[in-house]
Structures are given as C-alpha cells and as structure tokens.
Ligand binder design. Structure first.
Ligand SMILES: CC(=O)SCCNC(=O)CCNC(=O)[C@H](O)C(C)(C)COP(=O)(O)OP(=O)(O)OC[C@H]1O[C@@H](n2cnc3c(N)ncnc32)[C@H](O)[C@@H]1OP(=O)(O)O
Ligand SMILES: N[C@@H](CCO)C(=O)O
Length: 346
C-alpha cells in the first residue's frame, strides 16, 4: 500500500486467549486498520479509548487531526496501526459476537482486563511482524493499554505517550462507573445481558450511562460557559439537550454489553497488581515516556499523571494540556497533542 492511500481494515483470528484473571476466551478475532507502509522499524500503535474504534486516522477518524500525510503522526513516514479493543463492538470479539456455539456471547462473555486486551494486540503485532513498536500512543482507556505495553513488554516499544490515564482506577472513577453500570443493568431490555438477537436493546440504560459519563468527560466551567441556564425551545435546559444528543449518538453506534465489559476492564485496571505495587511496576518502563494530562480533567485528574511522570524512570516531566474540555481534551486539543506526539516520535 502506498503512503497516504486509504486505510486497510482487516479481521485477524488470534486463537484462544488465556485470561489474566483466570479462564480463557476461545476463537478471538481482532479488527484493525493500518495507514502508511511498514519498513521494519516504523510501526506506531494507536490505542483508542472507551467508545472509540480502529478508525483513528483518515479524514473522519477520531484522531484525524493527528494522523495522516504531513500530520504529527505522518503516514508518509510512519506505519500506523489501530485495533478495536477486546470486548468492543467494532469487529473485535466482544459480548455481541457469536460464541463458538453460534449464539451471541452475551452474559457468557468473561470479565476481560487491560492485560488481556494487550495480549490480543501483541498477537496482532506478531502477525504484522512488529518486533518493537516505534511508539504506542493512547489516552484514557487507551492510555491504560499503552502503559500496560510499557510495563509488561518493555522490550517491544521504544516510546510511549500516556494521556489522561491513571496507574490504577481510583475509587472516584469506580464510583462514577457504578451508576452507569446500574442504569444499563436496570433497563428491562438488558435481560441479564442476553438481549442480543431478541429485538430489544437496553437503549435507555446505555443513554443514561452516556449522560453521566459525558458530564464527567467535560468541565463544569465549560458547561457553564457554553450552556449557562439557557433553555431549548422545547423547555429542556440546553445542557440537558446536549447530553440527550450525546446519549442518542452513542446508542446509535455502540453496544451496551461492550460498554459494561469495557467499563469493568477500566475499573479493574491496576498496573501494580501482582507486580509488587504501582511504583515497582512503573520502574520497569524502559521506553522514552511522555506523560500528559488535561488541566480541567475532573475524572482523571492531573495527580494521577503526576504519579506516572514521577514513577516512570524515562519520563522527564508531566506535560499539562490546557483545555476547557476536561477529560475529552485528549480528543480535541489538536495543536497541543501534535506537540506531544512529535516529542514522542522524536
Ligand atoms: C466521528 C466518529 O465516528 S466518532 C467514533 C469514535 N468515537 C470515539 O472515538 C469517541 C470519542 N469521541 C467523543 O467522545 C466525542 O465525539 C468528542 C469528545 C470528540 C466530542 O467533542 P467535541 O468536538 O468537543 O464535541 P461536543 O462535545 O461539543 O459535541 C458537539 C455535538 O453536540 C451537539 N450540541 C451542542 N449543543 C447542543 C445542544 N444544546 N443540544 C443538542 N446538541 C448539542 C452539536 O450539534 C454536536 O453534534 P454532532 O457531534 O452530532 O455534530
Ligand atoms: N469521549 C471518550 C471518553 C472516554 O475516555 C470516549 O467516548 O471514548
């Protein structure tokens, strides 16, 4: 494929995955896209967040401002790979996928973690012939996977960008996830997680989850500046209408079962578990590390990225992204993100 040409999208079977917490998941498929041309040393892995997918680049990708010819991740130079995460709903095996018996996994889908997700990505790297990534870049849940790469497979990446992510999910983050999970499970259409193929989907529950989550992804100051106490012609507060819109969009493009699986994977994230604690785990990192947070992020506050920057021997300092957009700043602040990406890619 020639640099700058359209992405290639592929489904790759990677076999049975032995899960870090026990048990196994058979017949796993990973869906991924690539941009640019592989020369043996120039592969960059981009890790998506909770509701993202493999479509990071191109003109309509979720990181389109950063990935493409002449952009910070220049696809004329770098071979960019982005895979849909294990447990997701965009091609990689998740609860909506058929199990080996042909029925959807549904409630039978096991509890998978960030470590399992990275194991699947490592098999993809093996398939692509990538011995070591030039860099792994990720924010939020994608940052958790990038960190897992750097800690668990230090010889398989030369640089890492960790954006708006923690060493371990905090009580506050698990707390914000709790009403989201409860809303989905309380929806009568959830049917214990076995709603796939029944013609009923827990849209109301997923929509409530997104409203809660999206509020935590933005800052109070931003909401005040954008919406204040204004109302829509139908009487809803403008900020309610905004959340309704984001709920409706997510319901239209995402599976509630995946939302539950991935939210629990984030809750379970603890880079130090079984590795002598967070500090010991962070000391394993050898890749050049750039760590950044968003100053207005109330969900993954800067203290968490400071812990990473202080604990990772190869991280020089904490970079602070200035943004009114809260946690979502890692998806919107193109100019500042481009500077960080250039720093990582050297
Ligand atoms: C493009 C894709 O395919 S996305 C698929 C992959 N998705 C991901 O990776 C998830 C990551 N993305 C996201 O979470 C979000 O889309 C973000 C963070 C990028 C959005 O951030 P921003 O660009 O700052 O958008 P913002 O939060 O201001 O929302 C804008 C939307 O709100 C709508 N909106 C604004 N005010 C109101 C209001 N009062 N009432 C109703 N809707 C409103 C806008 O019309 C706009 O709608 P649109 O997105 O359908 O065009
Ligand atoms: N807006 C992001 C936030 C999660 O980090 C998403 O939907 O994936």
């Amino acid at each position: 494929m020639t640099p700058g040409s359209p992405p290639t999208a592929t489904d790759l079977p990677v076999g049975t995955v032995a899960l870090a917490a026990g048990g196994e998941l058979p017949a796993v498929t990973v869906a991924y896209e690539t941009w640019g041309e592989f020369d043996g040393t120039n592969a960059v892995l981009v890790e998506h967040a909770l509701t993202g997918d493999s479509h990071a680049g191109g003109d309509d990708g979720w990181w389109s401002g950063l990935i493409g010819p002449g952009r910070a991740v220049d696809t004329d130079r770098w071979f960019v790979v982005c895979a849909n995460v294990l447990g997701g709903c965009r091609g990689t095996t998740g609860p909506a996928s058929p199990a080996p018996d042909g029925r959807p996994w549904g409630s039978r889908f096991p509890r998978v973690g960030i470590r399992d997700q990275v194991e699947v990505e490592a098999r993809l790297a093996d398939h692509l012939g990538v011995d070591a990534w030039a860099a792994v870049l990720g924010g939020s849940m994608g940052g958790m996977r990038a960190l897992e790469w750097a800690v668990a497979r230090p010889d398989r990446l030369r640089a890492v960008l960790l954006l708006a992510c923690p060493a371990a999910a905090s009580a506050d983050q698990i707390a914000w996830a709790a009403p989201q999970l409860a809303a989905i499970r309380a929806d009568p259409s959830w049917q214990g997680g076995d709603y796939h193929g029944t013609g009923r989907t827990p849209d109301a529950g997923l929509g409530i989850a997104r409203r809660v989550a999206h509020t935590t992804y933005r800052s109070g100051a931003e909401l005040a500046a954008r919406f204040a106490r204004r109302r829509e012609p139908d009487g809803r507060y403008a900020v309610e209408s905004y959340l309704d819109h984001h709920a409706e969009k997510l319901v239209g493009r995402f599976d509630a079962g995946s939302y539950v699986v991935l939210t629990e994977a984030m809750n379970d994230h603890d880079i130090g578990h079984g590795r002598g604690g967070v500090a010991a785990a962070l000391r394993r990192v050898r890749a050049h590390a750039v760590v950044a947070g968003v100053d207005s992020d109330r969900l993954y506050p800067l203290e968490q990225q400071r812990e990473l920057a202080d604990g990772i021997p190869t991280a020089e300092r904490l970079h602070v992204i200035t943004s009114p957009s809260g946690h979502d700043g890692f998806l919107t602040e193109w100019t500042q993100l481009a500077g960080l990406v250039k720093d990582v890619l050297g």
